[in-house]
Design a protein around this ligand. Structure first.
Ligand code: PLP
Length: 468
């Protein structure tokens, strides 16, 4: 067995290799999936491996693993790397606490609670509010739905589902809503997908019509999921108007801010969440806009009673000291729970709330630049709107799926595509706040250079013709 000292030395060597590799090859050497097992020795066997050999295999793995922190990665709703957050996460790994009790996590409990308290204050939740760190945005949405279900039908917890509960979300919302409806017993066919307007925002009038209809039909409206930053367009549902409806009909309102909920850190963009203080629950992913390592998701609840009612269970083998306020397992989904708070706290503590404000604003500045670029260049078509960090466009009628695939396979840049209504387009996400304006201009340049060198890329018209 090796001791941790030499492992840390090895770790530091590998970090050096990774960082210089990221400089040299911002888009990793790609291994085709069907050649993966023949290219790197990933096999596990009964014999041991000495550190030198282990180092060389780890090095190979590092080199060919997709680089999500570089200035040419735009594929996902995360990217870049906030150094102080990485520092916090590395310490969390070494400390290896579990967040369920004060006995085992000590001050880490206070760290998590401080983030929750500050976040609740900033979004305007009152003295009864609380929260927890779920495993991600999907799980945050799930916890919100379970609380809504239990609030509407408390017997559900012991007797199971007996009432015809229905839930609402926009057609543009995250797919976890459908999965969660199935997990929590409501059922996928009891979700009402509400139409979005031409900018991708839920239409409140359509929501109300559907609720009224459901009540007439004997259903029980239970939960509305609104989105702060839809996954494709980055659109913000009108929370204030939706709150008028959920309050009128006594329906739980959750705000899924996994993608862009972190705008509450920005003086300039906070207004996009107008009305959020009227919601019952709100979630955001610090691993998206705030650049902490995956995963770092926070759910806040306007009245902590619901968190306790739905997630508490007695366990005398676990809860042996200190009050419920310090035993965070009383309000979490899991038992053993990773310390996701420290990395976020380390970042927040070091840059301050004003630093988080800058991180958020930088992404919108980059988005404005990208939108202007697309608008001012006639070879491009723009599909996205103001106040969004998803810039959706097509270039010279090149089929977006074909272009994204080719850019990736030729290691030019990593970007994805999406669709809204009849259109499919490339989606550039300016979520990496380490990027500068130059990096965004460089993205367009590498794309244009590649397209010029690759004249045979499939065109959008060809696709339309094929389908006839
Ligand atoms: C990313 C995202 C989620 C899911 O979050 P995970 O942490 O990936 O589970 C949910 N909702 C929206 C709007 C998202 O963008």
């Amino acid at each position: 067995m090796s001791n941790i000292g030499s492992d840390i030395v090895l770790f530091n060597e590998l970090v050096e290799i990774l960082l210089s590799e990221e400089e040299k090859n911002p888009v990793a050497d790609r291994i085709e999936s069907n050649k993966l097992y023949d290219t790197i020795d990933l096999s596990l066997s009964s014999s041991e491996m000495i550190d030198d050999e282990l180092k060389s295999v780890l090095k190979e793995i590092l080199i060919s693993t997709p680089k999500t922190a570089t200035r040419l990665f735009f594929n996902q709703l995360f990217g870049g790397r906030q150094g102080k957050a990485v520092l916090g996460d590395l310490l969390a790994v070494l400390l290896n606490n579990s967040m369920y009790t004060y006995k085992v996590a000590g001050p880490q409990v206070g760290i998590e609670k401080e983030i929750i308290r500050q976040s609740c204050n900033m979004i305007g939740y009152g003295a009864q509010s609380d929260g927890t760190f779920p495993t991600g945005g999907s799980m945050s949405n799930y916890m919100a739905l379970v609380m809504a279900r239990d609030a509407k039908d408390p017997t559900c917890r012991s007797e199971g589902m007996s009432k015809p509960l229905v839930i609402y979300t926009s057609k543009e919302s995250h797919y976890s809503n459908a999965k969660n409806a199935s997990f929590c017993g409501i059922g996928r066919s009891h979700i009402r997908f509400i139409d979005a307007d031409s900018k991708g925002c839920m239409i409140p009038e359509k929501l109300e019509e559907q609720i009224v209809q459901d009540i007439q039909d004997g259903y029980i409206p239970t939960y509305v999921n609104s989105t702060a930053g839809t996954t494709v367009l980055g659109a913000f549902d009108p929370i204030d108007k939706i709150s008028d409806i959920t309050e009128k009909y006594g329906v739980w309102l959750h705000v899924d801010g996994a993608y862009c909920g972190s705008v509450f850190f920005s003086d300039k963009y906070r207004h996009l969440l107008k009305g959020v203080e009227r919601s019952n629950s709100f979630s955001y992913n610090a691993h998206k806009m705030l650049g902490t390592p995956l995963t770092c998701s926070v759910i806040l609840v306007n009245d902590k009673k619901h968190l306790h009612d739905s997630f508490t269970n007695d366990a005398d083998y676990l809860y042996q000291t200190d009050g419920d306020d310090f035993n965070l397992g009383k309000t979490s989904f899991q038992c053993g729970r990773r310390n996701d708070a420290l990395k976020f706290w380390t970042l927040w503590k070091s840059v301050g709330t004003s630093g988080l404000n800058q991180i958020v604003d930088q992404q919108f500045d980059l988005a404005d630049l990208a939108r202007d670029y697309v608008r001012n260049h006639p070879d491009y078509t723009l599909y996205s709107f103001e106040d969004s960090i998803s810039i959706c466009f097509n270039y010279k009628n090149i089929d977006p799926a074909a272009l994204c695939k080719a850019l990736y396979e030729h290691q030019v840049t990593v970007v994805g595509f999406g669709s809204f209504r009849e259109d499919r387009f490339i989606r550039l996400v300016t979520i990496n706040a380490n990027n500068e304006k130059q990096d965004i201009l460089n993205f367009f340049k590498v794309l244009e250079d590649f397209a010029a060198k690759t004249p045979n890329l499939k065109r959008i018209e060809e696709k339309a013709q094929e389908s006839f």
